[in-house]
Design a protein around this ligand. Structure first.
Ligand SMILES: Cc1cc2nc3c(=O)[nH]c(=O)nc-3n(C[C@H](O)[C@H](O)[C@H](O)COP(=O)(O)O)c2cc1C
Length: 215
């Protein structure tokens, strides 16, 4: 384990790379908006970027101090809505919000409780077909799923969720006509790249938590 403070590690290693100690390892994964059901029957909405798919299973990494993790442990239905790149401001409006009250001390500085995340972000719920949590209207790709396993991660501060996808909804503009295929030329995920937002192209903006602002 490296014990030297950040920025003091000996520089260039073989091959010319710098050995660095970045504070985060968000190397660029698509943003997913996760809708889950709160204990009172209302719905929570949270942006995540620790999400990937294997077959019909989506695996999520969730902070253990969040309302989303709590909800999925008790009520396994979830909707996964994938925003388009131009929806990044709505995602960023969700960034400092939690559905958990009181706000846990472990949450990032500036995080505040918000019971109506859809309204706060200016997003519209759209009823799902086979589950209770709604999808996010306007997101080109939406998945209905059910958590099949929710288990603690090895460090104790996050949980790993495995979710089985039961239904996929796609905007006709990203579907190859007459097929079940998403057109990769028409669809671009919103990518969370070291706390900055990108599409499949130039940078679109950055999170309030960035440590490397460009402007
Ligand atoms: C773009 C983006 C990506 C994020 N990715 C994750 C993630 O993968 N896992 C996670 O637990 N939190 C992630 N967060 C932070 C959560 O959205 C944040 O902790 C939020 O308060 C969770 O809401 P909840 O407590 O209502 O569940 C991300 C935030 C943003 C803005």
């Amino acid at each position: 384990m490296d014990t030297a403070p950040a920025g003091t590690l000996p520089g260039p290693t073989a091959g010319g790379h710098l050995r660095i100690k970045p504070s985060i390892l968000y190397f660029g994964t698509p943003v997913v908006l996760v809708s889950t059901e709160n204990p009172d029957g209302t719905f929570n909405l949270a942006p995540l970027s620790s999400a990937w798919a294997l077959g019909r299973t989506v695996v999520l990494g969730l902070g253990g101090d969040g309302q989303t993790a709590d909800n999925l442990a008790a009520r396994p239905e979830l909707a996964l809505s994938l925003p388009a790149p131009e929806q990044w401001p709505a995602v960023e409006r969700l960034a400092p919000l939690t559905g958990r009250h009181p706000v846990p001390a472990t949450k990032a500085a500036g995080c505040r409780f918000e019971p109506d995340k859809f309204g706060a972000a200016g997003l519209t719920p759209e009823p799902s077909h086979g589950i209770r949590p709604p999808r996010v209207a306007g997101c080109p790709l939406q998945l209905e799923a059910r958590a099949t396993r929710v288990r603690p991660g090895t460090t104790g501060d996050f949980v790993i969720v495995e979710a089985a996808v039961a239904a996929v909804h796609a905007d006709p503009r990203i579907v190859v006509p007459g097929t079940d295929h998403v057109d990769p030329g028409a669809w671009s995920p919103l990518v969370y790249n070291f706390r900055h937002y990108f599409g499949l192209g130039p940078e679109l903006g950055h999170s309030y938590r960035t440590q490397t602002p460009r402007t």
